[in-house]
Design a protein around this ligand. Structure first.
Ligand code: GAL
Length: 397
């Protein structure tokens, strides 16, 4: 009797261990800068991307880059994953147009930094991206929008254009307006002089572009807790960021916008919200070459936005670890778990560009980014990152 119950107990114990191990898969390593293979063993081709979490699945949207050019030869890609490390190629969700050279998105145009958000009210998936017209360099500085019924598309292309034609920033004071009214573009022919910077900060290019709408290049989307959508973009010839409110269906702009860090030369905005504070990480403007990240915070999406030092620490922090911000991903279901996503561009071989994903640490509530050769999502809950947060308190820069 005793022997039997011992045996049953032992067998039960072994089975329990077996099933609990089988049920709980260890998170896989995230190794920034290496090749990231999809379900077909091919390096993920979703650059300048962003991630949407929807009903248990992460959808990663990004630029398909070819081997020899950064122009759009294929379109916008989507990959899906349940665990953020195994990625299934869902294909091209918005292809370039190959049979109509008059299309905005004709093959050879520039489609950059695509982001997708889900609209609860309409049940639609809305894709915005930075569009440059074929053969026109970066002069068009347009935003384009497409919509789909499913996260994996197909997305229907709607239109492109500049932003909020005829509208001034809604927070412009009467005093600022009076100065703005006196700005005369003909007086500032020479760029990069102190007086020119001063005029830019006062809205010289807002005025120049007022009629046709504000320029928009590197961009981000953000949906707030109340469901309102925002478009954040490098405007005014990349000199000033703007944040514009999206309409209820996210398909247009409402006309309400603010300017951030006027004349501060910021690109690649990545925004997230933690404990009621909005954080934004950006880069400087050095094209495909990496530079030092910048960081801002605000108590409201409309500001005031305060600049902080570079959040990166350690070796190569001054080059954002050779990356440029593209998105900050809140990990679903894990409190205070945010992943900083950046691109390590390879302009000579664009499709070989690599991804940098690093967990965001917090020192006294302020984001800090540190390089890890390897880390896992489990580090958000196994105490490792918390320990580092504590260690950061007495540290360095
Ligand atoms: C970067 C920008 C990229 C791309 C590139 C072109 O600064 O972040 O999205 O536009 O310039 O040189």
């Amino acid at each position: 009797m005793k022997k039997t119950s011992l045996f049953i107990g032992l067998a039960f114990g072994i089975a329990l261990t077996f099933f609990s191990c089988a049920g709980r898969q260890e998170a896989k390593e995230i190794r920034s800068g290496e090749l990231w293979l999809d379900d077909a063993g091919i390096h993920v081709n979703a650059h300048g991307g962003g991630i949407l979490y929807h009903e248990g699945t992460y959808y990663w949207y990004g630029e398909n880059k070819s081997d020899t050019t950064s122009a759009a030869m294929v379109g916008i890609m989507c990959y899906s994953s349940k665990n953020l490390t195994d990625w299934k190629n869902e294909g091209v969700v918005l292809p370039v147009v190959t049979n109509d050279t008059t299309s905005d998105i004709t093959q050879g145009c520039i489609m950059e930094r695509p982001k997708v958000i889900y609209n609860e009210k309409t049940g639609k998936f809305v894709l915005w991206f930075h569009l440059e017209l074929k053969g026109k360099g970066y002069a068009a500085a347009r935003s384009a929008v497409a919509v789909a019924d499913n996260p994996t598309g197909p997305f229907k292309y709607l239109r492109s254009g500049r932003i909020n034609p005829g509208k001034l920033p809604f927070d412009m004071t009467d005093e600022q307006r009076a100065v703005f009214d006196t700005l005369d573009i003909d007086k500032y022919k020479e760029w990069w002089t102190p007086v020119w910077y001063d005029a830019i900060a006062k809205g010289l290019f807002v005025k120049r572009d007022l009629e046709g709408g504000q320029m928009a290049r590197d961009m981000q989307l953000f949906v707030d807790d109340d469901g309102k959508g925002y478009h954040i973009y490098s405007s005014e010839d990349n000199l000033t960021l703007q944040i514009a409110e999206l309409s209820d269906d996210y398909l247009t702009h409402t006309g309400k916008y603010v300017r951030i860090a006027p004349a501060g030369h910021n690109e690649a905005p990545a925004i997230f919200k933690k404990d009621g504070t909005y954080w934004m990480i950006t880069s400087g403007c050095t094209g495909w070459e990496p530079n030092e990240a910048r960081m801002f915070s605000a108590p409201s999406i409309w500001g005031p936005w305060t600049q902080h030092p570079n959040p990166c620490i350690g070796d190569d922090a001054h080059l954002t670890f050779h990356g440029q911000s593209t998105y900050v991903l809140p990990v679903h279901g894990k409190k205070d778990a945010f992943i900083f996503m950046a691109d390590n561009w390879r302009p000579k071989h664009p499709s070989d560009a690599r991804y940098i994903w690093l967990p965001i640490l917090f020192r006294e509530g302020k984001p800090v980014i540190k390089w890890f050769d390897s880390w896992t999502l489990d580090d958000f809950s196994n105490g490792k990152l918390e320990e580092m947060n504590l260690a950061l308190m007495d540290s360095i820069r």
